[in-house]
Design a binder for this molecule. Structure first.
Ligand code: NAD
Length: 496
């Protein structure tokens, strides 16, 4: 059985003092091990990144961009292998892994624009014979810590932009599905990244704490659950680092009485159950406005869910695969149980689903729960499983209040035929990413990605224009070249 190690200074490094099992969630069997880096290994990666920084900082952005073009081509060439690795350790269906990889590649395409993105700002004649400009200089060594649910895409939200901006990077991926992340990083080196520019250390809290406490690390990008995001933001900030920490979600869809219910049902099905609901943009709560809309939604949803196919990742006919671990499967089923005990109505129950030939896989079937109220545990917490809750509201204002009162503010959407209602909703709602008749309002690589409230700690979102800001610091230079030397005497007041 193989052990996934680390990638430091351009070479594979094994530090197998501590290891952890990596599962194939479709079978429930252990597929391999991952090495958990100790402090010394992480420090070795930071040192490699620190050493690589001066030359990389001075490499022209156009040359950095050329490596990104080659990196993109390599990912396209090796897409089948990458998606197999994602499926094997994460469990998502092959075509969903393809979609994830494509979204990741789009971030590399954005980074290919580095020369344009880093042009800075220039003003001629800010005073007589004086010109001023602002440059965006790289920070130095930057760290990224990523979650299990997008092992290819989320790391690609971070390091292509950071590296294209002239930083060097240490990535600490999820220890639960590390293989595709490491494989992709190796392709980045094959594309021409010099040793030390991108390093990967697998590990757990020990590796993360080392990154957060090391003064050579200038900035930290984190994506994961809210309690960890909050702790990471606090520790990185206390250590004087720039930090952005994206957390969990509870994304609501408002279903207005005038919505096209067939469209609602078909798009909610994909958005609630796709990838087993293990997406930070999964729509996990439908707020139906009026009992008539709620009853129609439940009827049609129930019928649609009869067609859902859950099964192993390699069968492209399946709609979604297993959840990540046995413990998570039990946690998701625990939320369904709690909903039942607290008075909600389980309309479709995904507990105990059997997948022939994969009886030990970590499967949970699509679940639909009606008459959920805002005080229930299943409503308050992120389930991160294929479970759709239906809450009944009396008005659009009441539905919006529910969303605004929730601790998370990652994504939301509204289904309606009324443009004015949609406009009012998108303008007022306290959520960072909004869809109008679009279930997963996931932006493209040239718009940044981030929630509000306890879904994001920090000021700047991930990727796109915000990433360029996050991974650079502004320096403003004011310049004057007198033709015959400085003739005037000293000036003590601002010139007016
Ligand atoms: P997680 O918080 O358990 O782990 C994320 C990372 O933090 C991993 O690399 C892990 O090794 C590390 N980590 C875990 N516990 C730690 C600790 N005590 N100290 C230091 N580091 C620690 O998250 P997960 O289960 O891997 O991912 C799912 C979560 O990520 C969900 O809550 C989901 O909503 C969220 N997520 C958010 C976004 C977003 O854009 N907001 C995107 C993807 C996932």
């Amino acid at each position: 059985m193989s052990t996934v190690g680390h990638l430091i200074n351009g070479a594979r490094v094994d530090d197998a003092t501590r290891t952890q099992d990596v599962y194939d969630p479709s079978t429930g069997e252990v597929g391999g091990q991952v090495a958990l880096a100790g402090k010394a290994t992480v420090e070795q990666a930071i040192a490699a990144a620190q050493d690589a920084f001066p030359a990389w900082r001075d490499t022209p952005p156009a040359k950095r961009a050329r490596i990104m073009y080659r990196f993109k081509a390599l990912l396209e060439q090796h897409a089948d292998e990458i998606c197999r690795l994602i499926g094997q350790e994460h469990g998502k269906i092959v075509h969903d892994a393809r979609g994830e990889l494509q979204r990741g590649i789009e971030n590399i395409e954005y980074a290919c624009g580095a020369p344009e993105l880093l042009k800075g700002e220039y003003s001629k004649n800010t005073g007589p014979g004086i010109d001023s400009w602002s440059e965006f200089q790289p920070l130095g060594v930057v760290a990224g810590i990523t979650p299990f649910n997008f092992p290819a895409m989320v790391p690609l939200w971070m390091y292509p932009a950071a590296i294209a901006c002239g930083n060097t990077f240490v990535l600490k991926p999820s220890e639960r599905d590390p293989s595709s992340t490491l494989y992709i990083a190796e392709l980045a080196l094959e594309a021409g990244l010099p040793p030390g520019v991108l390093n990967v250390v697998n590990g757990d809290k020990e590796a993360v704490d080392t990154l957060l406490d090391d003064s050579r690390v200038q900035a930290v990008s984190f994506v994961g659950s809210t309690p960890i995001a909050e702790a990471i933001y606090a520790r990185a900030s206390a250590n004087g680092k720039r930090c952005q920490a994206l957390g969990g979600a509870k994304n609501h869809a408002i279903v207005m009485p005038d919505a096209d219910m067939d469209n609602v049902v078909s798009s909610l099905t994909g958005a609630a159950f796709g990838s087993s609901g293990e997406r930070c943009m999964a729509l996990s709560v439908a707020v139906a406005v009026g009992d008539e809309a709620a009853d129609a939604l439940i009827d049609k949803m129930q019928a649609q869910m009869k067609t859902l196919k859950v099964g192993p990742f390699h069968d492209a006919d399946n709609d979604f695969g297993p959840v990540i671990t046995r413990a998570h499967q039990e946690k998701v089923c625990g939320y369904i149980e709690s909903a039942q005990q607290q008075g909600a109505e389980i309309v479709v129950d995904g507990r105990g689903v059997q997948v022939p030939g994969h009886e030990n896989g970590f499967f949970v079937g699509g679940t639909l729960i009606d008459r959920v109220t805002p005080d229930m545990t299943c409503y308050l917490e992120e389930i991160f499983g294929p479970v759709l809750l239906v809450v009944r509201a009396g008005s659009m204002e009441e539905a919006m209040r529910l969303i605004d009162d929730h601790e998370y503010g990652n994504g939301t959407c509204i289904y309606t035929r009324d443009g004015e209602a949609a406009r009012y909703f998108s303008d007022r709602i306290q959520v960072g990413m909004v869809g109008i008749n679009v279930p997963l309002p996931v932006p493209v690589s040239y718009h940044s990605f981030g929630g509000w409230k306890r879904s994001l700690f920090g000021d700047l979102s991930a990727y796109g224009p915000d990433a360029v800001r996050f991974y650079t610091r502004r320096k403003t230079v004011t310049q004057r070249w007198p033709s015959t030397g400085v003739r005037e005497g000293a000036q003590f007041s601002f010139p007016s």
